[in-house]
Design a protein around this ligand. Sequence first.
Ligand code: VAH
Length: 315
Amino acid sequence: MKNILITGAVGQIGSELTMKIREIYGGDNVVATTRKSEPTEQIKKTGPFEFIDVTDRKSLEAVCDKYNIDSIINMAAILSAIGEQKPMLAWDVNMNGLINVLEVARERKMERVLVPSSIAVFGPETPQVDTPQETVLKPTTMYGVTKVSGELLGDYYVNKYGLDVRGLRYPGIISHETLPGGGTTDYAVEIFYEALKNKKYTCFVKEDTKLPMMYMPDCIKSTVDLFQADFDTLKHHSDFNVGGMSFTVKDLADEIKKHIPDFEIEYKPDYRQDIADSWPDSVDDSAAREEWGWKPSYDLSAMVKDMLENLKKKL
Ligand code: VAH
């Protein structure tokens, strides 16, 4: 890969992934793009930046041709919570945007496309514990519908056109650099800001809500490892389960209390409880471990310690 384009490069994952990909491939070879959000100074000064809307194929084609792009990392997405408030927007960005990315990559015979998926592909009928790589995919959110469709579309482009498409099912991602944007797992980030600022957090899901989560360094590592994996070693393509850790909100609050003893949490579940309840507690990521050597580094206590240390500096 010599010229890489990243969509959604100002989002929670995209903003840190862009910096890592630039570190590996050279800043000038990685074009960061977003629809309208202002990029950070860091992103602006370390390489090319463009405004594009993935739902507008012409804007995507123009940037791909301007920089002779040979690989696309498509981070642009409307996440689960906003997706339930604006389902047609979620379909438009997540599906029409993806079709544009895949078609532009196919027409230009690009080397590689990475399209994130999510544990949101799973639904109430899916086994909740150690969710298998191959299982029932009947999501109850529009976001989940777009992620299942995205996986099927990605694999179709692999099988029909020989386009090298890869994807991984992100769990909830926790980070201290960029706030998440409209996900159901956002509580696992908000709780740290509130604990440090107010020593109190009102959580929008119940204390026994257990979900698979991953700390951003592991998220970046899994994305880069899959992006760089040898195509011939992959039996799966667009849909790898990847796990990091699994914990309840109570586990997380109790771990934070080890550092902030007078931290208090209360629970006021809202519409996002139903979304969280439809997702698994933990996933079986043996396929990712076998096919491209996936191995997480962070557990709950290491993540909480690092998050608090970094947020204290930031806040
Ligand atoms: C969301 N953070 O909450 C995203 C993610 C697994 C959840 O896809 O929508």
